[in-house]
Write a protein that binds this ligand. Sequence first.
Ligand code: NAI
Length: 724
Amino acid sequence: MSAPLSFDGRVVLVTGAGGGLGREYALAFGQRGAAVIVNDLGGDIKGGGRSSAAADKVVEEIRAKGGKAVANYDSVEDGEKLIQTALDAFGRIGAVSRKVLALKKILRDRSFARTSDADWDLIQRVHLRGSFLVTRAAWNHMKNQKFGRIIMTSSAAGIYGNFGQANYSAAKLGLLGLSNTLAIEGQKYSIHCNTIAPTAGSRLTETVMPPDLVQSLRAEYVAPLVLWLCHEACQENGGLFEVGAGWIGKLRWERSLGRTVRQKNKSMTPEAVRDAWNEICDFTDASKPASIQVILMFRYLQDINTKEKLVLSCSCIRCCCVGQSSAVGQTLPEMSFSYTHMNCILYALGVGMSSREPDQLKFLYEGHEDFSCLPTFGVIPAQSAMTGLGSIPGLNIDFTRLLHGEQYLEMFRALPTSGTLTSRATVADVLDKGSGMVILLDVHTYSGRELVCYNQFSVFVVGAGGFGGKRKSQKAVVTAPLPDRAPDAVIVDQTSRDQAALYRLSGDWNPLHIDPSFAAMGGFESPILHGLCSFGFAARHVLKQYAANDVSRFKSIKVRFAKPVYPGQSLQTEMWKEANRIHLQCKVKETGDVVLSGAYIDLHADASTDGLQSDLVFAEIGRRIRDAGHELVKKVNAVLGWEISKDGRTVREWTVDLKTGRGSLHTGASEADVIFSVSDEDFMEVVTGKLNPQKAFFSGKLKVKGNIMLSQKLEAVLKDYAKL
Ligand code: NAI
């Protein structure tokens, strides 16, 4: 059995604790080790009168059982004084002290027409303003100690309304709004705020309810929920619970799928609203929005539609919607994206390009003779398709549970540096992964009629699986395993503190990447970098390493987003070249966490290096290493490097590792004991015996760096082929 929940060393303030629910909480906290401030001004249920007796009695009860408690007789409207009592008595508003607030009941019930200003104001003052004042007085102490638990006591009257309680209902639902926002603002300080709507027998209800009902609604049946929500082990935040008679249930909002009633190029009319009323109010396929951002996303979608002068015709999509599988093949309204050189430059800066590096200037300066747009900018015109998923009936996506899992981008031509692109998005497939649902979203982007690029967004909706769909799809572009050897090349780049702030200007406005409170709600210690930003970093590392920043060589990229990156961390791209495919993985250097996995980039062959004769020789060397690598390692015990040039430019690097394991051969430079630099033609002259290697060396045709003595071991490698 797990340990009982203890409140040893905690300081708990319970308001209105002289009677009813508050008293029960105070006793329960006292019994479990908390130091309790028992607040009660000892008034009557209409808010009149004062007496210290109620609070004193509860304090005595707690002390009699060996607990710690002090009384406070101030009204909650004097919030600071309540907190001061806690400080004076227990003086430990530090790391170990804790507080909880519960609030008291007063009523001024009247039918609405008879509600006076005084009736209204008193109830707002005590319930809503009182809660605000006490909480505000406690807030900074909780913030400083990086811990706090707050319980707001709402009421079913607030949630559902109740005859004669307009003033009370308004105040009680106001508390829920207050609590929801405190939950967001407090999250990063581990201050959690939850709301309960109790039903309990009290001095009020006992006059109107039969005794056995009052008995079954004892206040002690509410206290356990309050204690759990206040315990440090409880991570619930921003919840709303109904509780009574030993039963507890959680409430949440539900929103119908709704219906867009505005029509292209027409004004919106009340008649259109009337005609769509059934659909507006139809809760089939309803979503459960959990944050304001979800709602904003929909507004954003609408903005896009308006800008593109394209209105989603929900009715036609809706009629073919009967579940996840029916979403396959559905298309989103065409998206249009206009941009200038400024967007290309902003994106390049967003993925870490810097004018410090001369070879990056062509991506940052529109006046550069070779000014180019990075190929991975190809995700930008297509990315809003992801928010568009919310409008696909049958998918019923909860955006708070949506993760961008994988990305594939294929280029069909270099991106123009300005212009207007149109994108068409289709739901390619919907997969059931058990723990979640995967949606494959294909987006084709065109410049006029010419296909520029194709994106496949693979999004994972946590918890939406188990609908009996298939697990795999032939339409999915899949990741690839890494070669089993040390990387051929590694590039490390530090992201800046403002990397995400900069990257978002390219169009991904998700507050997760800028707003600390929003990030905290997602369980992150601070805003995280966009996955597509790390993707851009990794792609440009490959482009630099293996394609001399030539964008026309970039064919495609596939990555899986494995872990988040925090702005300021360093991205380490490890690369393996296998013909024209560059396998890669990207890590956070500081932690070693792999953030992009199973990734690769396919390059178009370099016309200038196509058909190098020396490639054939190295292919043979590779075969020999595979057959007798172990022996070669024994004989040579060194790493040999080659730089093959054509027209005066190094076009291929080879590393023959005959030092480690069974030996290996790969393209690309690595730390070699000796490096031979030679042109493709001279290399062939030497290996075919037409050119004497010594002559080649002395005439400067063959250059040797490092341990020149190792040249003697070449014969073992190139026997029968060469005299090098
Ligand atoms: P209760 O009337 O038994 O106890 C309320 C306590 O608050 C009294 O001891 C009173 O002296 C004290 N109080 C009143 N005004 C105060 C002020 N300005 N400052 C400090 N103390 C003050 O009420 P009960 O039933 O225990 O309710 C507790 C809370 O639960 C209230 O906020 C009430 O609105 C809420 N609630 C209770 C329900 C129930 O079924 N009992 C239903 C829904 C909500």
